[in-house]
Design a protein around this ligand. Structure first.
Ligand SMILES: Nc1nc2c(ncn2[C@@H]2O[C@H](COP(=O)(O)OP(=O)(O)OP(=O)(O)O)[C@@H](O)[C@H]2O)c(=O)[nH]1
Ligand SMILES: [Mg+2]
Length: 444
């Protein structure tokens, strides 16, 4: 796996289990850890293996379904496990009780038991009762999309703020699920003819978790105030933020533009903490920030608890929206990013669209038949057409009424063009903000 600018930071997953959420403290943390950490039904394994399950809507194409599963497998790999099998069931909507139907569940169970899989991972969020039912039925660790993403965030978060944010999101995830985890794990406890097994304990745990959530929120508010004061000392500088889907090359661009040494690698959510650097273009300084990437179906609670990190985006004067043009789903990724920006209240920011990884982009080849007629290559079913880059650029510029730029951060291609465009935008923002200063400057 290509790792650039790793700065010596390596993540070791060998002794860690997905969902172990080791940073969640207290009794609730122990319950969660016990739930995830195999005490009851899992055999210790060097490498955890995962079975992926998706319930796509009927109208979704097979290519798209596989692309989403590829992403889920990539998330699993980033978290340190291996996806060994995929189960797909087309339903209008997931089963309210067990997410998949009865037959499919039996199929999954047979596979999991036969192969000794460590966990079953669902490409959606499960309701607390679905989680409980699936756990009882499949007898292995059940991981949904939120838990998986939280897990990766916990692994990556380094600063006090992002660690607190992740912990808050973990507790918020845990709170409605306490009953299931508790009753399931405490099988010895009776409960016949009683109000319910461990009711008081569940209440106590809920209180502990609620207290912790309140404490973490307060702590974040303090950290927020500190950060706000720090940001004030940045004065009136123009601020530019790199935003985009995860793994598109934001940090790599930050490194080449900002001469920074930010961790970048071919895994999802390499960056969770924002980094800011001063950049000077044409004698005009501005601040450039690298930010956490977005992903489809990003849990809303996670977005909320990442408020402080996302302030970096909300307070920016210009967004560099980085797109991985070599990804088959890049257009949907653009949409996901735009939707997420709208969710966090940053939809109306000026944007410069930067298409990255052009070195990896392969346009569709036009083929000539024996009679010399030219045909567009027929690709696998419903794969999006991949026109030449020039055509894509023209389409996007016409659509946005704005220049867009195509680069390769890795190969350092077209970076001059990007710098020029960026410099012009920064100059315009500067002029907007300090009209008199610029007028004075011109008079001299
Ligand atoms: N082929 C190619 N790979 C690139 C290019 N730019 C970045 N990469 C690779 O893409 C992967 C992701 O790059 P990052 O810079 O970590 O991406 P990011 O957007 O910061 O990702 P997150 O922080 O995880 O959201 C790394 O393996 C980079 O080396 C490019 O122009 N071409
Ligand atoms: Mg990054």
């Amino acid at each position: 796996m290509a790792t650039t600018q790793s700065g010596g930071r390596k993540h070791s997953n060998s002794t860690r289990h997905i969902g172990a959420t080791d940073n969640v403290k207290g009794r609730a943390g122990r319950i969660l850890a016990k739930a995830a950490d195999n005490g009851t039904y899992e055999t210790a394994k060097e490498q955890e293996t995962a079975v992926l399950v998706s319930v796509p809507p009927r109208r979704q194409s097979e290519a798209q379904t596989q692309e989403y599963l590829d992403e889920l497998a990539f998330l699993i790999e980033t978290a340190g496990a291996t996806a060994t099998k995929r189960f797909v069931q087309r339903l209008e909507k997931p089963d309210i009780r067990t997410y998949v139907g009865e037959g499919k569940l039996a199929e999954i169970k047979a596979y999991v038991q036969h192969e000794g899989s460590s966990m079953v991972v669902f490409d959606d969020d499960l309701s607390p009762s679905q989680l409980r039912n699936l756990e009882a039925e499949l007898l292995v660790k059940i991981v949904d999309r939120s838990l998986l993403i939280l897990d990766i965030f916990a692994l990556r978060a380094k600063s006090a703020t992002s660690r607190t944010q992740v912990e808050l999101a973990q507790y918020q995830y845990l709170l409605p699920r306490l009953t299931g985890l508790w009753t399931h794990l405490d099988k010895q406890r009776g409960g016949v003819g009683m109000k319910g097994p461990g009711e008081t304990e569940i209440e106590t745990d809920r209180r502990i978790v609620r207290d912790r959530i309140a404490f973490l929120k307060e702590k974040l508010e303090d950290l927020d105030k500190q950060a706000h004061t720090q940001r004030k000392t940045r004065g009136g500088s123009i601020r530019v933020a790199l935003v985009g889907y995860t793994n598109v090359g934001k940090s790599t661009l930050m490194n080449v533009l900002g001469k920074a040494d930010v961790f970048a690698e071919n895994k999802l959510f390499a960056t969770v903490d924002a980094t800011t650097r001063k950049v000077v273009l044409d004698n005009r300084p501005f601040l450039l920030s690298d930010t956490v990437g977005f992903i489809r179906k990003l849990p809303t609670k996670l977005i909320e608890s990442f408020k402080s990190t996302l302030d970096e985006i909300r307070e920016a004067d210009l967004l560099l929206h980085v797109v991985d043009i070599s990804h088959p789903g890049f257009e949907e990724q653009i949409q996901v990013v735009n939707d997420t920006l709208a969710d966090i209240g940053a939809a109306d920011k000026p944007v410069l669209l930067v298409f990255n990884k052009i070195d990896q982009y392969r346009p569709d080849e036009a083929e000539k038949d024996p009679f010399g007629e030219v045909h567009e290559a027929e690709d696998e079913e419903s794969a999006a057409p991949r026109p030449p880059l020039e055509q894509l650029q023209a389409t996007y510029m016409a659509k946005l009424h704005d220049p867009v730029v195509f680069v390769s951060a890795q190969e350092r291609t077209n970076l001059e063009e990007l710098r020029e465009l960026l410099s012009k935008r920064v100059a315009a923002l500067h002029q907007q903000r300090y009209p008199y200063q610029n007028a004075d400057y011109e008079q001299q």
